[in-house]
Design a protein around this ligand. Structure first.
Ligand code: SF4
Length: 711
């Protein structure tokens, strides 16, 4: 059951990105029947955003409107083939029967689960438990695999532990030089920019690495514009200069790291002129970057999707971490490497068991001790827990094929828009024997389902999220969901019962969180000392926060690695990979690079923001950003309809001519379905370690749709 709404203002957090901005929801009289009974207000006391919200957060109440969303289950009518309204018992019976029948016919591994980085910790945890205990399938993964997995893998390799930022975001304002790699917070998380401005006002320097001149790049002291897919070479070139100029912090390297000699050898093979040829970044600019970074007393490197969503994303992030390690900018106050995670709970979502290779507490699923611990909390035999399953794209790529999953329970994700090679993924989803989708709206993926279950959302239910800093925060229910809508926890409870598991799937979020804490105890992401009252009494609690036998409570861990890294020997490990090209380089047929990303007014697959009138007006559809020189060559002017073609398909959208993009590259935002769907084009080539697809670069050709002229 959803909790009762609060009659007073409710302090909570934005439903969207990983900043998880604090906001207050004030009860209001709805403007019309079905309209939300709350209004968004500032909450200046939350330190991450200090009251500021972007347009998405400011308009978040609109997505609560009953008009924009599902308020009754739907099932596919076997006679007409269309979705039709159904009662909850009918829909849940059909959902459970389909999952059970597939397991019986094709085996347990033929049933899959696909989660989302926007789900609360409680949902992510219970979804993972549902997959392993009820369905007993290894095949569960989530869309966060598309988002932060390369940075996570690189951090685990280097530091022995992955937490988006190993320090509070406020520390950014106090560093000497900040390098932002493939990050555009001015568009993706605007309230974070106040920390960048504070950095500049305090005399700190800002370097932005991005092929596009973004709003963030315009704030920088120095903007480096590498070709998409060459960030690894750039990082190696910078390390080369650091070494050649004698600016390595030898004491830090000797005392706190391992693997430097091999990293040094690799970096010395990436001399500046070679790196200039690969990246397009001049030697002069590289020298300026090294001087800014090394002259400052402290420094940070933060990466985001631009540096991570590559078939070599783990090695790329590793090379940026090397730069921090070689200069002693890690494991020290006001210095370090971090990842600006993307989705609202991209961090917590990967800590508690909805990832194919992990159990709660950031435990590895193939670790016998981890299995024994979690199995004891769940009351099952460790041998009954499945092993690692397929990663997100591999799970979707093989869906509906012999040996792949034949039935899928999907919660809080819209891969028809957000997955790479999205046309192919759509076909695979259509080929499933049984698809169950839990969502707030009838997303493009829900439209393909056999059963659609309408979910309560952020302001209608309690739950915790873990923001980009590793800060566990609490969302409180401010109002009741519309009639006909249930929480995802209630859905898992009902499905588990129908599939023969009566216990262990509570509907109460706090009860789930307490169990999650026990399951995480002793793991890297230890939440066992965190409780709802503790979060509510502070501005969140940073993990790890183990339970203590004696008061006082463990204070949580805002800053990691100050004494030692989380590796067995306490030393950070240098990476040692050299440059390699993107999986798909331009050629005669596809002579340009496509890179994709987000715009200010839309969020991820746009399932909610596209339905918000103010956001739709601000960003109504896709576009193709191209440089004036390329536009002139194609005979294209602003607004002309363009066709962009890759080896996987074509997309059509109007031209936006701007010097903000490199002449050899075009950019498309990925929020929209239909003819302008950017992910029709993107390359699903996977990083060998993180299994992250290469969203950020593929080869395309561009034609003016009317004239059909080729680039
Ligand atoms: Fe919400 Fe992110 Fe905007 Fe903050 S920056 S208001 S969390 S979308």
């Amino acid at each position: 059951m959803a909790p009762a709404p609060s009659p007073t203002p409710t302090d909570t957090h934005c439903p969207y990105c990983s900043l998880q901005c604090g906001m207050r929801l004030r009860p209001v009289v709805p403007a019309a029947p079905g309209e939300p009974a709350v209004a968004v207000e500032e909450r200046p006391d939350f330190p991450v955003n200090q009251g500021a919200l972007c347009g998405k957060g400011d308009n978040a109440a609109a997505v609560l409107s009953a008009h924009a969303r599902l308020t009754a289950p739907l099932i596919r009518d076997r006679r007409t083939g269309r979705l039709r309204g159904a009662t909850w018992p009918e829909a849940l019976d059909r959902a459970a029967r389909g999952l059970a029948a597939t397991a019986e016919r094709h085996g347990r591994d033929a049933v899959g689960v696909f989660g989302g980085g926007g789900l609360t910790n409680e949902k992510a945890y219970l979804l993972g438990k549902f997959a392993r205990v009820v369905l007993r399938t290894p095949n569960i993964d989530y869309n966060g695999r598309f988002c932060m997995s390369s940075a996570a893998a690189a951090q685990r390799r280097a530091f022995g532990l992955d937490r988006g930022l190993p320090f509070p975001l406020e520390d950014v304002a106090r560093t000497g030089c900040l390098v932002l790699v493939g990050a555009n917070p001015a568009d993706t998380m605007p309230p974070a920019v106040r920390h960048l401005r504070a950095l500049r006002e305090a005399g700190g320097r800002l370097i932005v690495v991005d092929p596009r001149r973004t709003r963030t790049a315009e704030l920088a002291d120095l903007h480096l514009r590498p070709r998409p897919g060459t960030d690894l070479a750039l990082a190696l070139g910078l390390l080369h200069l650091v070494i050649a100029d004698g600016r390595v912090d030898e004491t830090f390297v000797a005392d706190r790291t391992s693997g430097y000699e091999r990293a040094r050898t690799v970096a010395m093979a990436h001399w500046p002129e070679r790196v200039e040829r690969i990246t397009g970044v001049s030697v002069e600019h590289m020298r300026q970057a090294v001087a800014l970074f090394c002259d400052a007393p402290t420094g940070m490197v933060l990466t985001a999707r631009g540096g991570e969503q590559h078939s070599k994303g783990v090695d790329t992030v590793g090379a940026w971490i090397n730069l921090c390690l070689a200069t002693g900018r890690a494991g020290r106050p006001r210095s370090g490497y971090g990842c600006l995670t993307g989705q609202g709970n991209g961090q917590g979502g990967r800590e508690h068991g909805q990832k194919a290779d992990q159990l709660p507490g950031y435990r590895a699923i193939d670790d016998p001790a981890a299995r024994a611990h979690v199995a004891a909390v769940w009351g099952v035999d460790p041998d009954d827990l499945p092993g690692p399953g397929r990663s997100a794209y591999e799970l979707l790529d093989t869906a509906g094929t012999p040996g792949g999953v034949r039935a899928l329970l999907l919660m809080g994700s819209n891969p028809v828009v957000s997955a790479p090679h999205a046309g192919h993924v759509t076909e695979r989803l259509r080929a499933l024997d049984h698809l169950v989708v839990c969502d707030v709206v009838l997303s493009e993926t829900a439209e393909l389902a056999d059963v659609v279950l309408p979910s309560a959302q952020w302001a209608e239910e309690d739950g915790t999220m873990t923001n980009l800093e590793g800060r566990v925060i609490l969302r409180r229910a401010a109002l009741a969901p519309p009639p006909g809508v249930r929480t995802d926890l209630a859905v898992l409870h009902a499905l588990a019962a129908r599939l023969g598991t009566d216990k262990g799937f509570p509907e109460d979020a706090e009860e789930v969180f307490d169990e999650l804490g026990r399951a995480s105890a002793g793991g890297q992401a230890d939440y066992s000392g965190i409780t709802y009252p503790r979060i509510a009494a502070a501005d969140g609690v940073f993990w790890p926060c183990p339970a203590t036998d004696d008061p006082p409570d463990h204070p949580g861990t805002p800053r990691l690695f100050l004494d030692r890294f989380a590796t067995p020997d306490g030393r950070a490990r240098f990476a040692d990979a050299g440059h390699r090209p993107a999986a798909e380089e331009p050629d005669a047929d596809y002579p340009l690079r496509l890179t994709t990303g987000r715009v200010l007014a839309q969020y991820q697959s746009g399932a909610q923001t596209r339905r918000t009138a103010a956001l739709h007006r601000a960003a109504p559809g896709p576009f193709v950003e191209l440089h004036p020189r390329l536009a002139a060559r194609l005979g294209v002017t602003d607004g002309d309809q363009l066709t962009v073609t890759s080896r996987r398909g074509r997309a059509t959208a109007p031209a936006r001519v701007t010097t903000a993009i490199r002449p050899d590259t075009v950019f498309m935002p990925f929020h929209w379905p239909g003819a302008g769907r950017a992910n029709t084009l993107t390359n699903p080539a996977l990083d060998p370690v993180s299994r992250m697809p290469e969203f950020k670069v593929c080869a395309v050709r561009v034609e003016k749709a009317a004239a059909g002229k080729r680039s």
